[in-house]
Design a protein around this ligand. Structure first.
Ligand code: FPP
Length: 239
């Protein structure tokens, strides 16, 4: 089967990776950034056209303040330090998530990199930050409601395609392969709408230990899946 065009990753296990080494949890997040850089570089070499990663969820605000502050600062620092490398590699960066609750500085950094990388075509890296799948669907419903009031929008015209265009990123393709590291087997509110027909791949490896070989294993597993989208297998049609 063809390679997946859009791969999503729940980068889980940074904290445990650090704790297993007697390190503070934030050391795991720092190592997680290094892994992300390697995986982005590798994804550019493959036929994947979009990679979406879960960097900070709307639920992550419930973590201790020191960890939240660390993750926000890490995001800002990573964007600033990596912008050149990402641009040189032809990566387009896009953020999905709620800007509400983020500092003006971070929003400025985010918007700067989105504009600078807009024309890049090798890979689109969507960074889900302050992102929640349910929040995204609620935000889309609100936009549709406001538009229906202001523009006399006919609600009977609302179908799945039109609804999708109100999500955080209107040109966002469905997820074909969703990978979760760290051993848990759940979606944790990630891309609920866009993963409706995603193939799911779980690995026990903690995110800092994930590498190109692991990504290859996930891609190979995907190639062996039979995707049906609710229809029948070819072999079942004559049964
Ligand atoms: C989950 O591991 C990971 C996160 C909440 C943060 C993910 C962030 C990174 C990989 C940093 C890179 C991202 C950017 C773009 C700056 P966890 O803390 O839940 O680990 P645990 O399950 O072992 O506790």
């Amino acid at each position: 089967m063809y390679p997946p065009q859009h791969v999503a990753i729940i980068m889980d296990g940074n904290g445990r990776w650090a704790q297993n080494r007697g390190l503070a949890r934030h050391e795991g997040h720092k190592e997680g950034v290094k892994t992300l850089k390697k995986i982005v570089k590798y994804a550019v070499e493959t036929d994947i056209s979009s990679l979406t990663v879960y960097a900070f969820s709307t639920e992550n605000w419930k973590r201790p303040k020191a960890e939240v502050d660390f993750l926000l600062a890490l995001m800002k620092k990573t964007m600033r330090n990596e912008v050149k490398d990402l641009l040189d590699n032809g990566v387009r960066i896009n953020f999905i998530g709620r800007k509400n609750g983020l500092s003006k500085n971070l929003i400025k950094e985010i918007e700067h990199i989105e504009i600078k990388s807009k024309k890049n075509k090798c890979l689109t890296l969507n960074i889900a930050f302050n992102y929640g799948g349910r929040a995204e669907i609620v935000d889309a419903a609100k936009k549709i409601f406001i538009e229906s009031q202001n523009k006399g929008f006919n609600i009977d015209e609302l179908d799945e395609d039109l609804f999708s265009s109100y999500l955080y990123s209107s040109d966002f393709q469905d997820i074909e392969l969703l990978i979760r590291t760290g051993g848990d087997k759940r979606l944790s509110n990630f891309l609920l709408w866009q993963s409706a027909y995603a193939e799911l791949y779980f690995t026990d490896k903690y995110w800092p230990d994930f590498d190109a070989a692991e990504l290859d294993a996930a891609l190979e597993d995907f190639r062996n899946r039979e995707r049906k989208f609710g229809a029948l297998n070819d072999g079942d049609k004559n049964a």
